[in-house]
Each structure stands twice: as C-alpha cells, then as structure tokens.
Write a protein that binds this ligand. Structure first.
Ligand SMILES: Cc1ncc(COP(=O)(O)O)c(C=O)c1O
Length: 422
C-alpha cells in the first residue's frame, strides 16, 4: 500500500490493525469509520474540565446517535440529551437510564411531550406557549426552561442559536410570565438552560453567556429548588488538519470555567448541577467517511474528481460550505509530485454537490480511496436517501485495533418499506 496523504490518521493510528483500502473493499464505500480510542479521549478531556462537585457532561446526541458510540460515551461517565422521540429511544437502547437523559426540544406536539413524560424525563421547552402546554400535561411536576441569553456564536448563521435573530429560547425579560404559569400549575422550575450556537473556537462568549444564565438564576424566587443549570454545547474542533490550525484551548477554558462555577455557587449557596452539552467536540474527530474515486475530468479548465461522496452521504459542505480535510489512499503506484487544484464532487445531479472545493492535492486517480476527515459529528445523522441512494454502513475500530460493523448498509427493501402497494 502506498498512501498518498495519510500523515494525520497515521499519527493517531486511526485504522488500528486495519487499513482504509481493505475496509473499503470489505464493507464497500461510502463507509463511515469511527475510532473508539479517540471517542473515549474526547469524553475524558471534557469530563475533567471542572472539579466542581456538580459538574456534569451531557453529550448532545444529535451529533451522532449510533448506540454503539453512545454506549462508549455512557461508559465514560457522560449523561445525554435527546431532541426527538427517536433520539430518546436510541439513548435508552445504549443503556442510559431516564435520570441521565434530558429532553431538550422546541416546537413539539403534545404527543411528543407525553412520550418524554412517559419515560420520566425532565423536559426543556423554550416558549411561553410550550411551557403552558407542558404544565397542563404535567401539573405539580417539574420543568426546565430554555432562555435566550442574547449572545450567539457559531460557524454559520444557520447554527447560531442565541441572540435576537434566532427562534430559540425565552427572553429573560419574560421571567415574570414564566413564573406566573408555573405557579398556576404548581410546577417546579427544576432547570434552566441555553445553547448559544455551534462551532466556536474561543470560550469567551460561552462564559459570558453562562454568566447571563447564572444571573437569571439569582432572580428566581427559589434558587434552592433549581437542580440543573445547563450552558449548552458548541465547542469547535479544527477541521483544517493539514494546516495545523490550533485547537480549542481547553486548558484556558477549564481555568475560567472552574473559577466561574466555584465562585458563583459559593456566593449563592447553589447545590445543584452544572451541565455542559457538547456534541461536535465529542464525536467529530473520532469519525471519517471513506469514498471511492470513479472519475476524473477537466471542465472549463477546472479539474473535477468524481466520487460516491455526494451530499446525501456528507451534507455539511453543501449545507454550510463546511471544510473537511481529505486523505488519499492508493494501493499501487507512487504519488504525483506536484499538487494541483481539484474539486471533489459526488454523484448527485446538482451542481452544489461539492464535497471539497478548489483543493490543492496530489492528483487523484480512478481507484483511489479517499477519506473526508472529522465526519463523526453531523455526518451519518444528516445523511439521506436523496435520489434513492442507500445510506452507508458504519464501522468501529475498537480499542484493540480490530474493526466491528456497527451499522450495515441499507438495502432497497429498507428504503422502500414504507411505500403502500396497490
Ligand atoms: C440545545 C443544544 N445543545 C447542544 C448542542 C450541541 O452543539 P455542538 O454539537 O456544537 O456541541 C446543540 C446543537 O445544536 C443544541 O441544539
């Protein structure tokens, strides 16, 4: 095997005892591949961010819900959230108990609220109208309310979830109305939360928003009844692996966070829990997606590489113009010395079906296997059956370096199963 560009995964021993081309041959491409050791490491980094007694990590399952990965995350000591009935069922399947699952939803039906209540979950809702509906369904119960701290952050306007331009959260100014509804139904405010957005590389906004939420907590009539203050997720990872972009500075963030939590809880005699809710940081770097190169061609002086990695497989580049770095694996032959600018595309009949645009890379060839790195978060979970293509299999490289199939590739029977025959 003569890998053309693989120093990043080599340095991590990402493939363990396997190699990417044999995985591609054995399981077919597209293929999501995860590494257990990296997933465990990311959980551990977060779990030790604060020494405060009430500090907890609540993994945001929307980033990746494969129950095999969730089980590892649970073994490491994280809690978990669910944002839909399906996520709730997958959390349970992975072994999380109800007391470790938080239901964080917005704009859902009464049936969905009842479903979460039937599993004894604490539910976070984020509008006066949903607060009232949940109170009606669960009088004398508990509730969590998501506020909007007025601060947002993230890599794209589509994932900034705090601030005036978003649909999320209750305006803290509406606290009196919130309390009035809770009083009417004798419902206890057991938690408050927010989430400012996704993929920031600097923790300053996060800490500022956390202070806004803690400040709001001090305005509650019964701070002693509050069980959880949840600051949400959003911690970024450097996607530009071959440019050696700096990582999120967890050490500096940890110092700031620890001091903030200690000082505030002492001052206000708060005995409850503090949650951080990372999704991407935990799951992104343990995963990549392998694809095959079938075509190369030039069109109007632009060099295109045709693969099976359409936006049905990895949607982030199409949705957000996101960057994922590329590795190239070739069985025989030697690398071309010069890099040329190439655009890697998928097999969907849309001109936006671009997975890597204008990248300076060694010339890709038919038969090459490529990897789009950092696809563990918002990768498989956002894949689709667009153009009636089958969603890919998922493989886990276990701690002992061997590969385990953790999701088979879909079949046509799977995707046609819901069609009603005449
Ligand atoms: C409420 C909430 N918490 C946590 C997350 C996780 O965000 P991230 O994956 O950026 O850490 C999200 C993602 O959108 C979210 O909506």
């Amino acid at each position: 095997m003569n890998n053309i560009r693989s120093s990043y995964t080599d340095s991590l021993n990402f493939y363990g005892k396997e190699d990417p081309q044999s995985l591609a041959e054995q399981f077919g491409t597209p293929l999501y591949v995860y590494n257990e050791n990296i997933l465990r490491e990311r959980c551990r980094e977060f779990l030790k961010l604060s020494t405060h007694d009430g500090f907890r990590i609540n993994y945001s399952a929307k980033a990746n819900t494969n129950p095999h990965l969730l089980k590892i995350i649970q073994e490491e000591g994280c809690r978990i959230d669910a944002m839909s009935p399906g996520e709730l069922l997958l959390d349970l399947k992975a072994g999380f108990t109800s007391d470790k699952i938080l239901y964080v939803c917005n704009n859902v039906s009464d049936d969905e609220l009842k479903f979460a209540l039937s599993h004894n979950l604490l539910i976070s809702v984020d509008s006066l109208s949903q607060i009232e509906r949940l109170c009606m369904l669960n009088p004398n119960g508990k509730i969590m309310v998501r506020f909007n701290p007025g601060i947002g952050a993230g890599h794209s306007a589509k994932v900034v979830t705090g601030g005036k331009e978003t649909k999320f959260g209750v305006d803290p100014e509406k606290l009196p109305q919130v309390l009035e509804i809770l009083e009417k139904y004798k419902v206890r405010l057991a938690g408050i939360n927010h989430h400012i957005g996704s993929l920031f590389m600097d923790g300053a906004d996060y800490i500022n928003a956390a202070k806004v939420l803690m400040d709001l907590a001090t305005r509650l009539p019964h701070l002693d009844e509050l069980e959880i203050i949840d600051f949400g997720g959003g911690f970024g990872i450097p996607y530009e692996k071959y440019d050696e972009k700096p990582r999120f500075d967890l050490e500096a963030f940890s110092k700031l966070l620890d001091a903030t939590l200690e000082e505030w809880s002492k001052k206000h005699n708060y005995k409850g829990l503090f949650y951080l809710e990372p999704g991407r940081y935990i799951a992104a770097e343990c995963g990549l997606v392998l694809g095959s190169v079938f075509v190369h061609k030039d069109n109007s002086d632009k060099y295109y590489v045709g693969t099976d990695l359409g936006f049905n497989v990895l949607a982030r580049p199409m949705l957000y113009d996101s960057f994922h770095d590329v590795e190239i694996y070739r069985k025989n032959g030697s690398p071309d010395d010069v890099c040329i600018e190439q655009t890697i595309v998928g097999n969907i009949c849309e001109s936006g079906d671009i997975i890597a645009k204008n990248r300076s890379l060694p010339l890709l060839k038919e038969g090459d296997t490529i990897a789009m790195l950092d696809a563990g978060a918002y990768g498989f979970v956002m894949s689709s059956n667009y153009t009636s293509r089958l969603r890919p299999a998922e493989v886990l490289i276990k701690a002992d370096g061997t590969a385990k199939l953790i999701r088979r590739k879909e079949t046509f029977e799977d995707i046609f199963a819901t069609i009603i025959d005449d």
